[in-house]
Design a protein around this ligand. Structure first.
Ligand code: AMP
Ligand code: ZN
Length: 115
């Protein structure tokens, strides 16, 4: 955990968020600035700065996050219509919060290519 990390603080309950899922390794909550009718962030509780900081021991954790994404999409009833899972890595990828997270977006038609 990182003491000055926003998402570590949300994971620990020190900063409030609209949580929709949590277990021992993963937390999911609504994005504060939604880019779609349904916009959630899925984070590992473990502080990992970017995708490039993942190691082999994190492989099951990332797989688990994808399974949780599908469960949330099903729970909030946009799985069948379709959704998108996005990870922004580093500045060029659009990352602004330096704790690994996956955007789960749904509830509208997604465009391609993404901006
Ligand atoms: P990224 O650009 O991939 O780093 O995405 C960071 C995301 O975190 C953005 O979509 C923000 O709207 C979201 N965000 C920032 N602060 C909060 C917060 N306190 N609670 C929920 N989402 C947040
Ligand atoms: Zn963190």
């Amino acid at each position: 955990m990182s003491t000055d990390c926003l998402f570590c603080k949300i994971s620990q309950g020190d900063i409030p968020a609209k949580l929709v899922y949590e277990d021992e390794s993963v937390v999911a909550f609504r994005d504060i600035n939604p880019q779609a009718p349904q916009h959630f962030l899925l984070i590992p509780r473990k502080h990992i700065r970017t995708t490039l900081d993942l190691s082999e021991e994190d492989a099951a954790l990332i797989g688990h996050i994808y399974l949780v994404a599908g469960k949330i999409a099903t729970q909030f009833d946009f799985a069948d219509e379709g959704f998108r899972v996005v990870n922004n890595c580093n500045e060029g990828g659009g990352q602004v919060v330096w704790h690994l997270h996956f955007h789960l977006l749904g509830g509208r038609q997604m465009g391609w290519p993404p901006g």
